[in-house]
Ligand binder design. Structure first.
Ligand SMILES: C[S@@+](CC[C@H](N)C(=O)[O-])C[C@H]1O[C@@H](n2cnc3c(N)ncnc32)[C@H](O)[C@@H]1O
Length: 275
């Protein structure tokens, strides 16, 4: 039987989540965490939440910890999410980069990419809107800590539901239908997948890449971090941007209260540089 979570157990979980992954689990999240742990315990071999937590306190494997991370975090994502960001890339950022990048080289990082809709949207949108896109050397790095999400992102296979509402030409030109009609799935075309390099990475760890990146997307993940962790993270990312690099956060997020040397171009889109 899955028992309830005591406040001591919740405090321990919150401490681990913050130390390892930066997640800020405030008291208000206690019910949510308990519900997720209960559901997991019911379909697992553990007798109770207590038994599961004892296992995690012992000698958990890396996979055990990643599964625990997945229970505590949220992977919601979608194609062409927050279209205002892509419109700004199309209308302002790409035309500016066409002028300034004579080597036609673009490096983009989709940090906390979840199951990949964000980096593949970037790739598809770039082909649709960047002038002479096929003549550009484009690489998109997509990272996330969730193993489950990273596996999905690597495969690039999505249920039909995730493409509902997308323009027919986008689905036709950039996805291949696989499987029988009633449970058809859509795989991102191989040439689009080849523009994206998917890597598992904890944002709290040392990063193997040196940059620089022309564009960094860090959308809808800072909401889980406190101001101190957010400030350190954004500062590290700012340092990896080109001098005129663009930094994009979720529309519900803000950099206010952070002195990080990024100038807002429109809400939730920032640019490095002085002007
Ligand atoms: C809500 S999703 C955002 C996905 C995408 N950026 C978007 O806006 O559609 C948040 C993602 O952040 C990831 N995440 C949370 N903490 C992380 C950490 N410390 N390191 C790497 N990824 C993390 C989660 O695994 C999850 O996939």
């Amino acid at each position: 039987m899955a028992a309830t979570l005591t406040s001591k157990q919740f405090k321990d979980i919150a401490e681990v989540a913050r130390a390892k992954w930066g997640l800020n689990l405030t008291e208000g999240k206690s019910v949510l965490v308990q519900n997720r742990l209960s559901k997991f315990v019911l379909r697992s071999d553990y007798e109770s939440i207590d038994a599961y937590l004892k296992h995690l306190h012992g000698k958990p494997t890396e996979d055990d910890l990643l599964l625990f991370f997945d229970l505590l975090s949220t992977n919601t994502t979608s194609f062409f999410r927050e279209m205002n960001h892509f419109k700004h890339l199309q209308n302002v950022v790409y035309p500016r980069m066409v002028e300034s990048r004579k080597n036609r080289r673009l490096r983009v990082w989709s940090a906390a990419c979840s199951s990949g809709a964000e980096p593949y949207t970037l790739a598809i949108h770039m082909l649709e809107t960047l002038k002479d896109a096929s003549r550009w050397d484009v690489r998109i790095l997509a990272t996330d800590l969730s193993k489950k999400s990273i596996d999905l992102a690597r495969a690039g296979v999505y249920p039909a539901k995730m493409l509902e509402g997308q323009p027919t030409n986008i689905v036709r030109n950039y996805f291949e239908k696989i499987g029988a009609a009633e449970d058809a799935q859509y795989q991102v075309r191989a040439d689009i997948r080849s523009m994206v390099s998917v890597q598992q990475m904890n944002l709290m760890d040392r990063w193997p890449m040196k940059g620089p990146f022309d564009i960094i997307f860090l959308r809808n993940v800072m909401i889980y971090f406190d101001l101190d962790i957010r400030t350190r993270l954004v500062t590290r990312m700012r340092d990896l941007l080109t001098p005129d690099g663009v930094f994009v956060i979720g529309s519900a997020e803000t950099l206010s209260g952070m002195d990080v040397g990024l100038r807002s171009e429109i809400p939730s889109v920032y640019v490095k540089g002085d002007e």
